[in-house]
Design a protein around this ligand. Structure first.
Ligand SMILES: [Zn+2]
Length: 144
């Protein structure tokens, strides 16, 4: 059965080879935000003939077709996730690299308001939050 991402690729007119199908399946099933190396690791576990160069090329193609989004978490490695309809942002735990997804109506309104105040219509934005978990910052105490 074709993955949802594969169906999207076909809709966008991309020619799907076996290797592209495997890569689209890996991305479709990912619940995290893998980088190219990680996608290659997962794809080559399914088909060992898939090279890192093929993964790079295919993901650039998917990105250009807007079926996946490239994310920048500030460490110089591009991460990817399938393009979603629900708008969300990411908070990156700088100690563990864990990524927490969140959405905020309030923030969306604020962004619009800021742009408007400056005399602009908002057409895009990038926003990532970086943090350290408060639970790990606290000194261990006997009782809680
Ligand atoms: Zn995400």
């Amino acid at each position: 059965m074709p993955s949802r991402l594969e169906e999207l690729c076909v809709q966008k007119g991309l020619k799907m080879t076996d290797q592209r199908r495997v890569i689209s399946r890996v991305l479709s099933e990912a619940t995290d935000h893998p980088d190219v190396e990680e996608v290659h690791r997962r794809a080559s576990a399914i088909d060992p003939r898939i090279s890192i160069a093929t993964v790079y090329r295919t993901m650039r193609l998917f990105e250009e077709a807007h079926v996946i989004d490239r994310l920048d978490f500030g460490d110089g490695r591009a991460r990817y996730e399938k393009t979603r309809t629900d708008h969300h942002h990411h908070l990156i735990d700088v100690e563990t690299g864990e990524v927490v997804e969140f959405a905020s109506e309030e923030m969306e309104r604020l962004k619009e308001a800021i742009a408007r105040e400056l005399g602009y219509d908002l057409i895009g934005h990038r926003l990532e939050l970086y943090g350290v978990a408060r639970s790990r910052r606290q000194e261990p105490q006997g009782d809680s």
